[in-house]
Design a protein around this ligand. Structure first.
Ligand code: IPD
Ligand code: CA
Ligand code: CA
Ligand code: CA
Length: 273
């Protein structure tokens, strides 16, 4: 299958999961489990969404591996196409989902031999779906509107930059993140905490924020959004030329990326990764 075929399949599956979540979200979703801390919640629909996505992938591509936030990694056999792995966050922004805030998403990426070749972030409450195939640019798709090519904002200095960030669930990590924020907030235009890493990365792609940083997002949080932002012209990476994880994930147009990097590097010792 070509990267575009993978993208088409990921778009279809991401749409179906998003439609299901919108249709079935109760007024007050119930928390069925907490994970790393009492605020790290899982609802029945996080699980139902991952289940649906897994079923659809398995039906279309029985040999592929699947890494999902709720069920971990399963399957995967060598085929002539190389090792294909789907990276799934069934709801990114579960706390927003819980409260009925609109920034939650379904994030699906396809990796071939370790490289992400297609990514979809569906944001159902906003009627927006972000999509990218490697080398093919990034698009915002809305029903009844022609697809819109995405370009991140270029040439914005740090002092005028609107920066998105996020926080982990562990109190110890949050204490460090709060400290870091005291150094960032005075030297940027402002800070946004949207609540979905995948949406934050797409917001960089769409020019709705200028940059994004967060310590500790997981692969399923950023695999699809990272490709979308990169295909929209952003640089996505970690500290000191490292890949984005573990540690700090940074995303911004070249220029702002380096300014943000140089501000954050001394404040983020790798031992805190
Ligand atoms: C979380 C969101 C949030 C980010 C956290 C993630 P979840 O994912 O992406 O924006 O700050 O680090 O864990 O748990 O809602 O899928
Ligand atoms: Ca997530
Ligand atoms: Ca999730
Ligand atoms: Ca979660």
């Amino acid at each position: 299958m070509s990267d575009f075929d993978f993208l088409r399949l990921a778009v279809d599956i991401g749409r179906e999961a998003g439609d299901m979540l919108l249709a079935k979200r109760p007024a007050r979703p119930e928390v069925v489990e907490t994970k790393s801390s009492g605020t790290d919640v899982v609802t029945a629909l996080d699980r139902a969404s991952e289940e649906l996505i897994r079923q659809r992938i398995k039906a279309a591509r029985p040999s592929d591996a699947i890494l999902g936030e709720e069920e971990g990694e399963t399957g995967g056999a060598e085929t002539g196409e190389g090792r294909v792995r789907w990276i799934v966050d069934p709801i990114d922004g579960t706390v927003n989902f819980l409260y009925g805030l609109p920034d939650w998403s379904v994030s699906i990426a396809v990796e071939v031999d370790g490289e992400v070749v297609a990514g979809v972030v569906n944001v159902p409450p906003r009627g927006e779906l972000y999509a990218a195939a490697k080398g093919g640019g990034a698009e915002l798709l809305r029903e009844g509107v022609p697809g819109e090519r995405l370009r991140c904002n270029a040439g914005v200095p740090l002092a005028r930059a609107l920066i998105a960030t996020g926080f982990g669930y562990l109190p110890e990590r949050r204490a460090v993140q709060a400290q870091v924020l005291t150094h960032v907030l005075p030297v940027v235009r402002d800070i946004r905490r949207g609540g979905s890493c995948a949406v934050d990365l797409c917001s960089v792609a769409a020019g709705r924020v200028d940059g994004y940083y967060e310590r500790g997002p997981q692969y399923w949080d950023y695999a699809a959004g990272g490709l979308i932002a990169a295909e929209a012209g952003a640089r996505v990476g970690g500290l000191n030329g490292r890949p984005y994880n573990p540690g700090l994930t940074l995303c911004a147009a070249p220029g702002l990326f380096e300014e943000l990097h140089d501000l954050l590097a001394p404040l983020n010792p790798e031992r805190d990764a």
